[in-house]
Ligand binder design. Structure first.
Ligand code: PHE
Length: 447
């Protein structure tokens, strides 16, 4: 067997894993879900879930990946041979498939907005007009499917090239630029008139708005933004040499994510209130609000274009990880097969995702449980499949991995203290399964 690829540098792994984590979840999804769920209380619950469940689970996936050095399915096979635990990896592949099918719809929206911004079609519009132009664009069946295709095409091309050359190199450059641009945007947003209303909305919890649904959404959102529960992080950390600290990587990824979520919230909600827009506008929220904020900046269009490029990049680095996990299992690390399967699976995902793309136009009236096809796919992934995947991973680690070996694995390159290790183990063994089950049962009305 040929030697497995490894990340060429320490920072390469962090950037790629952070690239998978930071994407539409933090920037696009968080603001709109928070907007629909009353703001501050949702934000607080989201942070709690991220720290109590997301972070420990991220570390759990890292330990599985680096211990086994295999892909998402074989990792479980190696650690628990002769059992059915590898179905956790297969479930992750199915989840990723559905995930990318609707993720690419939003990726496509960024592409089309970028095109419109570059060709000057967005110059000098009012905030209402932005919403109008955008609504018309995404309801056009040809446009929405075509741009979804372009987004998937970019994903396929990078994943077909392989881990190192593709994902890592690309991740190195743009992430810091995105942070900087976001900070600029926040400064503009919080200095708008009435900005305070938006800041209060985001940061002041109002628990009267919290329902069991809100709690489930917050939990799903914390898994979604950290890419946890799909074994994507198992796959990525399997390429990692033993010299790197897993806890430090996990903490820095969580910190970056929370920071981006906060920046996204602070960029959007002050503007929503300043321009009298609707916080519960749904998936279109960011796309309706941000151009207005940019238009308030000197050289606004220029910055908006730069933002869209970086945003697109953040979405792509997440999309890579979704396709990567499927392709790495099926191609078993062989370069020729990787190319072929990247195309086959990528195109299958595109076809599967077409109805989601059309949900904002001609298929908009087709609903099940009051949800459009797009919303249904998102709900199935974020609030059902991710929590189930996360639950299984939380059960797998203490049941199938030896505690002493886990401690050794986490201590490599980090010098992790015993007390912290015990805390992590406790969270994974008791807190995570308990909380996930309670939240899910609660939503089903079983309490
Ligand atoms: N974390 C990604 C985002 O926030 C989404 C994702 C989820 C990617 C699960 C891979 C696996 O955009």
């Amino acid at each position: 067997m040929s030697q497995r690829e490894q990340w060429s540098s320490k920072i390469g792994f962090i950037l790629a894993a952070a690239g998978s984590a930071i994407g539409l979840g933090a920037i696009w999804k968080f603001p709109y879900i928070a907007g629909q769920n009353g703001g501050g209380a949702f934000f607080l619950i989201f942070i709690l879930f991220t720290l109590l469940l997301g972070l420990p689970l991220l570390l759990a996936e890292f330990s599985i990946g680096r211990t086994s050095g295999s892909n998402a399915v074989d990792s479980y096979r190696k650690i628990a041979p002769g059992t059915r635990w590898h179905w956790v990896g297969i479930l992750g592949m199915i989840t990723s498939f559905i995930l990318l099918s609707f993720y690419s719809v939003i990726g496509g929206w960024i592409v089309v907005y970028l095109f419109k911004a570059i060709t000057g079609q967005l110059n000098d519009l009012s905030s209402d007009q932005y919403a109008e132009v955008f609504g018309a664009t995404i309801s056009n069946p040809v446009t929405s499917v075509f741009v979804q295709f372009l987004f998937i095409l970019m994903t396929i091309i990078v994943v077909a090239k392989g881990v190192q050359k593709g994902i890592e190199l690309a991740s190195k450059i743009m992430m810091p630029a995105l942070f900087i641009l976001f900070i600029l945007l926040v400064i503009r947003a919080v200095t708008l008139d009435n900005a305070m209303d938006g800041i209060t909305f985001l940061l002041q919890p109002d628990f009267s708005k919290v329902t069991s649904q809100t709690i489930l959404e917050a939990m799903g959102q914390s898994f979604f933004t950290l890419s946890v529960g799909v074994s994507v992080m198992v796959t990525y950390s399997s390429y990692l040499p033993k010299t790197q600290s897993l806890p430090r990587s996990a903490i820095s990824i969580v910190a970056m994510n929370i920071f981006i979520v906060l920046l996204a919230g602070l960029a959007i909600f002050p503007a929503v209130f300043a321009f009298d827009l609707e916080p519960g506008a749904g998936p279109v929220l960011l796309f309706n609000v941000l151009p207005t904020v940019f238009s308030q900046l000197p050289f606004g269009m220029f910055f908006f274009i730069a933002f869209l490029v970086l945003f697109l990049f953040a979405a792509l680095t997440s999309a890579f990880s979704m396709l990567e996990i499927i392709v790495s299992v099926i191609s078993k690390g062989e370069p020729e097969k990787r190319k072929k399967w990247s195309w086959i699976i990528g195109l299958a995902i595109f076809v599967f995702g077409i109805p989601s793309a059309l949900s904002f136009g001609i298929l908009g009236d087709i609903t099940l449980f009051g949800k459009t096809i797009f919303d249904l796919a998102d709900f199935a992934v974020s609030n059902v499949l991710l929590p189930i995947g996360a639950l299984l991973i939380a059960l797998f680690v203490p049941m199938k991995m030896k505690k002493t070996a886990l401690y050794e694995e986490l201590k490599h390159g980090s010098g992790l203290k015993r007390g912290l290790f015990e805390t992590w183990f406790f969270l994974i063994r008791y807190v995570a399964p308990f909380l996930i089950v309670i939240v899910m049962l609660d939503v089903l009305g079983l309490f």
